[in-house]
Write a protein that binds this ligand. Structure first.
Ligand SMILES: [Ca+2]
Ligand SMILES: [Ca+2]
Ligand SMILES: [Ca+2]
Length: 473
C-alpha cells in the first residue's frame, strides 16, 4: 500500500513531508535524551557499585577493624548497627578487645574501682517467632560486664521485649553494687532494678509529667524514646527524652523539676532528638550539660545561668552526621561519636581534631580512667572553649583534593531536612557516603526525568493518534 492511498486527499504533500521530517527529528531528539539519561544512570550505578565493592571501612572482625592513633588510655567504642560491636583500643592504638556476639551495643561505662572493666547495655534481635516473640523482630536486652584484659564476661540482667522497635535499652547507670537505673524506651520510664532480687524498687513514668496526646512521638509507636539516664551526685536523675527534644531532671520523690528542663516541644533551635547528655556539676564549672544534638549534627553545651539554660559552646564539622555521644575529658578535649560520619573523634580546646578512628554506626565512646562519660571534665565556660565549625577535606577520601561528587552530595544533603538525610544514612550500608548520596540523587533525578519524559511523549503521541483515524487506515 502506498502512503498516498492512506492519506486524506486534502493534505498538501509539503505539509506531509514536513511532518515526516518532524517525526524523524523528534525520534532523534528522544533517543538522544534517552541515551543521555542512560549515561547518567549508568554513571550513578557505577559510583554506587564502586562504593559497595571498595575496600572501605569495616569492623566485621577484629582483623578488619582499623587501628587507632595513640592515646593516653584505653578507648572503648560501641557500634549499634545490624552487626554491632564493642571494640576496646589499647593506648598504642592496637585492639585490646573485640566482641560482636550481641546484635547491637549501646551505652558503655567503666566499672568503678577497676582499671579495664566495663559495663554496658546490648540488644539481641530475635528474628524468628518463638516462645519469646510473636511478631519479629523482638528484643532481648542485656546488661553485661566485661573485663577487657581477660575477656571474661558476665551477664548481669537479661530481659525480653515483645518488640524491638522502641524496645531496646540504650542506657543504664549503676546506683550501687546491687542496683541499676534502666532507661526503658518501651514503657517510657526510668526504673531502678535490684539486680539480686529482680524487683523494681523505684520508677518514674513519663506520663507523670507529660501527656502522650500532645508531646513527643507517636504514643503507640515510640513516644519518648528515653535513651539516656544519669544519676547526679545530688541524688537527682537526669533523663534524655529524645522524641520530646528535652533533657529532664527528676527528683526521685517529687518528679520532674520543670524549671530545670532543657529543650522545648518542637523548638529544634535548642535540641533536636539528642543523645547522651552529660551533667557537669558546679564544682567542675557547671551546672552545665554537654550533649550530642543529633539531628542538628552538632555537639552543644548549655550553662545554667540565673535559673536558665544558656548555650555556652558548640562544635560541628561539615562532615558531622548524627553525632550521638560527647564526653568532656580531664585535659579539656571532647570525645565525640560521629555516627553517620563513621568515626570517633577527639577535639582539643581549640576545636581541632587531634585523634580519630573509623567506626561503623558508633553509638558511644569512653576513654577509660578519665571518669565515666564527662565526670572528669570541666565546663566549656570554665575552660574557655571556643565554638567552632570545622570545614575541610573529608576524612575518608584519602586526603586532600576537592571531590566534586562529595561536594554535590553535601549540596543535595543541604536541600533535605537533616532528619531525612540521617534517616537515609541509617538504612544505608556504611560505604554509602556523600559521593554515593550524590550518585543516588543524580540517578533518581535522571530516572524520574526519564519516566516523566516517556509519559509526556506517550501522551503527545496518543493525542496525535486521536486524529489518526481521520486520515489513516
Ligand atoms: Ca557511657
Ligand atoms: Ca550516656
Ligand atoms: Ca561516652
Amino acid at each position: 500500500m502506498s502512503p498516498d492511498a492512506d492519506s486524506p486527499p486534502d493534505r498538501p504533500p509539503l505539509e506531509r513531508a514536513r511532518d515526516g521530517l518532524g517525526q524523524v527529528g523528534e525520534a532523534l531528539t528522544r533517543n538522544r535524551i534517552r541515551i543521555g539519561l542512560l549515561i547518567v544512570i549508568l554513571f550513578a550505578s557505577g559510583v554506587i557499585a564502586v562504593g559497595a565493592t571498595g575496600d572501605g571501612l569495616s569492623t566485621a572482625s577484629a582483623a578488619d577493624a582499623p587501628e587507632a592513633p595513640q592515646a593516653d588510655n584505653i578507648t572503648v567504642i560501641t557500634e549499634s548497627g545490624r552487626a554491632g560491636t564493642l571494640i576496646a583500643y589499647n593506648p598504642d592504638g592496637s585492639i585490646l578487645y573485640y566482641a560482636d556476639e550481641r546484635t547491637k551495643y549501646f551505652d558503655v561505662d567503666q566499672v568503678e574501682g577497676t582499671t579495664a572493666t566495663v559495663e554496658y547495655v546490648a540488644t539481641d534481635t530475635l528474628h524468628t517467632s518463638g516462645p519469646y516473640c510473636d511478631s519479629p523482630p523482638c528484643a532481648r536486652n542485656v546488661i553485661e560486664r566485661t573485663n577487657l584484659t581477660t575477656g571474661e564476661t558476665e551477664v548481669i540482667v537479661e530481659r525480653y521485649n515483645h518488640q524491638e522497635t522502641a524496645g531496646e535499652w540504650h542506657d543504664h547507670v549503676r546506683v550501687n553494687e546491687t542496683r541499676v537505673l534502666i532507661a526503658d524506651i518501651l514503657y517510657d520510664r526510668v526504673y531502678m532494678l535490684n539486680t539480686e532480687t529482680g524487683i523494681i524498687e523505684w520508677e518514674w513514668d513519663a506520663q507523670a509529667d507529660f501527656d502522650p496526646a500532645d508531646s513527643g512521638g507517636s504514643f503507640m509507636r515510640d513516644w519518648t524514646h528515653l535513651n539516656d539516664v544519669s544519676l547526679l551526685d545530688d541524688g537527682r536523675i537526669m533523663a534524655s527524652l529524645r522524641n520530646h527534644d528535652r533533657v529532664v531532671f527528676i527528683d526521685p520523690k517529687t518528679g520532674v523539676q520543670e524549671d530545670w528542663t532543657l529543650g522545648e516541644e518542637n523548638n529544634y533551635d535548642i535540641l533536636y532528638e539528642q543523645h547522651n547528655p552529660d551533667y557537669i556539676p558546679e564544682s567542675a564549672g557547671g551546672p552545665a550539660v554537654v550533649v550530642a544534638d543529633s539531628e542538628n549534627n552538632r555537639i552543644k553545651e548549655f550553662q545554667r545561668e540565673d535559673g536558665e539554660w544558656v548555650q555556652s559552646w558548640e562544635w560541628t564539622s561539615s562532615e558531622m552526621r548524627w553525632p550521638r555521644d560527647a564526653d568532656r575529658l580531664p585535659n579539656g578535649n571532647t570525645l565525640i561519636t560521629d555516627t553517620h560520619g563513621n568515626r570517633v573523634i577527639e577535639v582539643n580546646p581549640e576545636g581541632e581534631v587531634v585523634w580519630e578512628v573509623g567506626s561503623t554506626l558508633p553509638y558511644e565512646a569512653e576513654r577509660l580512667n578519665t571518669g565515666v562519660e564527662s565526670q572528669g571534665g570541666e565546663s566549656a565556660q570554665r575552660l574557655g572553649l571556643e565554638s567552632r565549625t570545622e570545614r575541610g577535606a573529608t576524612s575518608d577520601d584519602g586526603g586532600g583534593g576537592f571531590d566534586p561528587l562529595t561536594g554535590i552530595g553535601h549540596f543535595l544533603e543541604g536541600l533535605l531536612p537533616h532528619r531525612i538525610v540521617n534517616g537515609i544514612y541509617f538504612v544505608m550500608p556504611v560505604w554509602f557516603g556523600a559521593p554515593q548520596f550524590a550518585a543516588a540523587g543524580l540517578g533518581l533525578f535522571a530516572g524520574l526525568g526519564w519516566l516523566g519524559a516517556e509519559l509526556r511523549w506517550q501522551l503527545r503521541d496518543a493525542g496525535v493518534r486521536f486524529r489518526l483515524p481521520v486520515y489513516r487506515e
